[in-house]
Design a protein around this ligand. Structure first.
Ligand code: HEM
Length: 290
């Protein structure tokens, strides 16, 4: 290559209009490499954000429990600790405990080196993740519909749909691994991972809008109700799962174009996720860790 030639060149079709198969194979391989790199980029940002969420849950809720100051839970979570309601408080404790497993479990399940070098860790964490997802969703139903919170009915229905999707994904991920159907298991495990992080997507989505607009839009910060929150409660499941379907299709595509398009989208999503995580860390999580 001369010093003036571009770093990336787009192959031009020969005079008869058809591409050389070797050139096509190289372009598809390069696009596949970029898809892997940009996927790793998004996962790195997302896993870092989940670890921060996990550290917050451990330090804030776990720290208050360790000191015996359970009333502190209600400082963030509406009706987090209700004196005398032993069953309800136990359900909140279970909900928070499994949130930790989900935040840390994502790391161990998705980082390839852990999967390759420590398959037993992957298997055990997989079981813990599925169990935690089921417990997180069922205790969440209880929190939402029995103990009751401040959110509106359409918002509750959105979060409840997230819980139902978690249960379906957990069941299908579990069933496929029992049948040793690895490719089906991979797809349902990825769907379970994203659906189980719905509450995390809600938070980073909300903080993204606060950073992007510099003020609350689409909701009332006093009552914590509004169309943005309803939209986020539904989007926390639909958007990540929809994007995953696009990613799975681009991964299997015969041509390079879907992979390039997905890679470009993943770069944008990494920036947006990074902004959301930064906002959530600054406004939601770090202030409670001092
Ligand atoms: C399995 C995935 C889930 C995880 C990891 C999870 C995690 C959490 C965490 C960490 C909190 C504390 C909030 C904070 O301090 O910011 C919380 C609160 C809460 N969760 Fe979940 N959750 C999950 C699923 C659900 C589902 C499916 C529902 C409802 C059907 C639900 C309902 C609630 C409610 C009502 C609260 C009280 C605070 C609020 O209204 O936001 N959760 N959850």
């Amino acid at each position: 290559m001369t010093s003036s030639s571009p770093a990336v060149s787009i192959p031009t079709p020969p005079a008869n209009g058809s591409f050389d198969p070797a050139t096509i194979a190289t372009t598809v391989r390069t696009a596949a490499q970029w898809l892997r790199r940009t996927t790793a980029l998004w996962l790195t940002v997302a896993v870092a954000g989940q670890l921060l969420f996990g550290v917050y849950v451990l330090r804030f809720y776990g720290g208050a429990a360790w000191r015996g100051d359970f009333a502190q839970w209600s400082a963030v979570m509406p009706r987090g600790w209700v004196p005398g309601d032993h069953g309800g408080n136990a359900a909140v404790a279970v909900h928070l405990l499994v949130a930790l497993v989900i935040c840390i479990g994502g790391l161990t399940q998705l980082v390839p080196i852990i999967r390759r070098r420590a398959p037993a860790v992957h298997r055990w964490m997989g079981r813990a993740f599925v169990t935690s997802a089921v417990l997180g969703a069922t205790s969440g139903f209880w929190l939402q519909w029995v103990r009751g919170g401040t959110s509106s009915l359409p918002q509750r229905l959105g979060t409840t749909t997230n819980g139902l999707v978690i249960l379906v994904c957990a069941w299908l991920a579990w069933r496929s691994i029992r049948r040793r159907d690895m490719s089906t298991h991979r797809r349902w495990a990825l769907r379970l991972f994203l659906a189980s992080n719905g509450v995390w997507f809600f938070r980073i989505g909300l903080m993204f809008t606060l950073l992007a607009f510099g003020r609350p839009i689409g909701f009332d910060p006093e009552t914590f109700r509004g169309p943005l929150l309803v939209g986020l409660a539904w989007a926390e499941t639909i958007v990540p799962l929809g994007l995953l379907e696009l990613w799975l299709r681009s991964e299997r595509a015969a041509t390079a174009l879907p992979r390039w398009a997905m890679s470009a989208l993943l770069v944008l999503l990494s920036v947006a996720t990074g902004m959301g995580v930064t906002g959530a860390a600054m406004m939601l999580w770090l202030p409670h860790l001092r």
